[in-house]
Design a protein around this ligand. Sequence first.
Ligand SMILES: Nc1ncnc2c1ncn2[C@@H]1O[C@H](COP(=O)(O)OP(=O)(O)OP(=O)(O)O)[C@@H](O)[C@H]1O
Length: 307
Amino acid sequence: MIEIHQLSKRFDTITAVDNLSFQVAPGEVLGFLGPNGAGKSTTMKMITGFLTPDSGRISIYGTDISGDPIAAKQQIGYLPEGAPCYGDMTVLHFLRFIASVRRLGREEKGRRIGELISLLQLASVQHQTIDTLSKGYKRRVGLAQAILHDPKVLILDEPTDGLDPNQKHQVRELIRNLAQDKIVIISTHLLEEVSAVCSRAIIIHRGAIIADGTPAQLQAHSKYHKAITLRFTQPYPVAQTLATLPGVAEVVGATQGHGYTVFPEAGVDISAAVSACIHDRGWCVAEMHTLEGRLDEVFRQLTGGQS
Ligand SMILES: Nc1ncnc2c1ncn2[C@@H]1O[C@H](COP(=O)(O)OP(=O)(O)OP(=O)(O)O)[C@@H](O)[C@H]1O
């Protein structure tokens, strides 16, 4: 269990993290979302012991990070923003160095590095210096060093940044597999990443938590939650008719074709009423879908439209 209690950090006049409290349990993949400058990286740096908080407590499986930083850090794997340092080392030398720092035994060191080179597809670049690698490879080397000692806690700052779509997919699979018995916290700007890998998401804005829930719970705040999209084969008086149904908040027509989005009033399920109305009128429907909600819209709504 990770327990964060009333964590705060200021840089001169900027309050980067403002009285943040939350807990994360094993098996959870927690996504940290927020606009640029929201305080995600600063929070991660404090959880990993790289930055000292001005106030508040951080406990990693019962160990206070400021009380016993070495014991706490032994349990953590951290992928910071950007590329791994020591760019003049080859990938293999760097991973051997990290394995020594993490005090892996000789045999375990060789076995584990071999496993990770294969898992993260680093074989073709293992003798290349890190400075000469592409962004995607640097990111994968960063991930390899973060999970080398098989930590119980993984803190990953934008883990798929710079990866191509195939690599993004592979890394997300890897995170999902790793998460089974670990605590994983990832920061990301990619809302599809939250839906793909996170069991829970926290939205941070100006250093404070403004939403906390499963991706589905957050999507339920969207005005698209349980909205119905329709496409008809020919023109009908759809907007006027459906707008009069009980529970319908708004009907918006598409700019092209005979498509509509029917928005419900909050918490109302309008699917039965809409289907019955269409059936009664004998209208020919080409497509009909009920939407889950849009995380990007919830994010914009809660953060006031900032990037
Ligand atoms: N070392 C520092 N010195 C001064 N200000 C800092 C420092 N580190 C962060 N900040 C400021 O603290 C605030 C939070 O920054 P942080 O990097 O934690 O945000 P973030 O949510 O990770 O942003 P991004 O999504 O852009 O990475 C920002 O206003 C940033 O400029």
